[in-house]
Design a protein around this ligand. Sequence first.
Ligand code: URP
Ligand code: ZN
Ligand code: ZN
Ligand code: ZN
Length: 475
Amino acid sequence: MTIYDTIIRGGTIVTAADRTRCDVAISGGRIVALGTDLGDAREVIDAAGRLVLPGGVDAHVHISQPSGDGIVMADDFESGTRSAALGGNTTIMPFCLQEKGQSLRQALKDYHAKAEGECHVDVSFHLIIADPTDQVLGQELPALVADGYTSFKIFMTYEGLALNDREILDVMSVARETGALVMVHAENYDAIRFMTEQLEKAGRTAPRFHATSRPIAVEREATHRAISLAELVDVPVMIVHVSNRESMEQIRWAQNKGLTVLGETCTQYLVLTEKDLDGLNMEGAKYVCSPPPRDEASQEACWEGLRTGVFTIFSSDHCPFRYDDPAGKLTPKGRTSFRWVPNGIPGVGARLPILFSEGVMKGRIDIERFVALTATNPAKTYGLYPRKGTIAVGADADIAIWDPERELTLSHAMLGDGSDYTPYEGRPIKGWPVLTMVRGAVVMRDGALVGRKGHGTHLARGLSPYATKAGPVTF
Ligand code: URP
Ligand code: ZN
Ligand code: ZN
Ligand code: ZN
């Protein structure tokens, strides 16, 4: 009889489609059998009373990206993937940021060097296109898509990152030709600059005015514009980190029109509001991210988008800075105006427990949709499926075992990232990942990291099934 490496016994297996009581047999890092009475294994993991889920795939994570002004991100690839593993994730998709004047190849070399030998979970880079030169568009991108970097993020805002509409069309055209998927950060840069200057003139510089400087109209307009530009070149597009109903409705409108427009929302838009930016003594800086968290009605809209399928993906947008640190949120410049507070909040470790507790345990979404939004859909959308994102024979043994009854109060200490706070401190949580396995190796058990860094590897990806590879656009 076969002796497997590992059997996970007695749990309830959940996929995006269904739930089943059965055992999982693992050998050589892959799932090799599902069923009962599977036989013997060198290690048996008891999962009685537990849920056995595909490991989380967090498709939107920032790690070790430079931010200028001497500000440094709080996570390197070791701490960022540590937090991911503690929170039940087995793959993260961080960004490789091209700097102005830099080749994409050079940027990738740098990010691979930062990640090599450091990761606890698997990683796969998206590219951020900040400088779409002829060389980048004509030579580098087609070659890199063929090498498995099959998604690019572009920005409609941020100094040094924002592309104009012409540049966006150029990048989208390359995506159409190569079959890559374009992710768009949709906020109107000029409107934000205008609002920011007005607010500063009026002396309204505290962190809470970060939200005032980019109201919903700023996001809704850019969302609609990104959709229209994608429609022009006839290419699918993913609108990331959607924060509110009006932007969500632009996506729904496009979907109803028959366009392939995908949407993502994130933890902060479900459980934070603009009021969180209102704390005393710069405490509000802890919640500065873009788009900003809005209000309760926006939270409801984001839940609706998750429930009804307008949003395909639920991510963290983990972008960690230390709070109490002159190299983090509170630089001397940052204290003078919200304009200089780095945008982004930590969340890779908190994403799954919060969606599980607020979504599944409170009856807003079922457990199958939880798996779809957090693992299966991200893996499919970005070309990692069926190797990642499900529990099936032949898939990588990337598994998180959850105790659905575990109740705790969320605190930064349990998340393991390199920041010095969590914006979700003190939240009551029901349901917690108790074991994370990456390609058959247990990397987290009962809140402790038990793997070795360097087990996580980089994944080349296939084309998104949403992408068309429709050839050059002709008019
Ligand atoms: O404020 C945010 N979201 N910072 C991270 C960068 C981005 O735009 O996703
Ligand atoms: Zn590498
Ligand atoms: Zn963004
Ligand atoms: Zn982001």
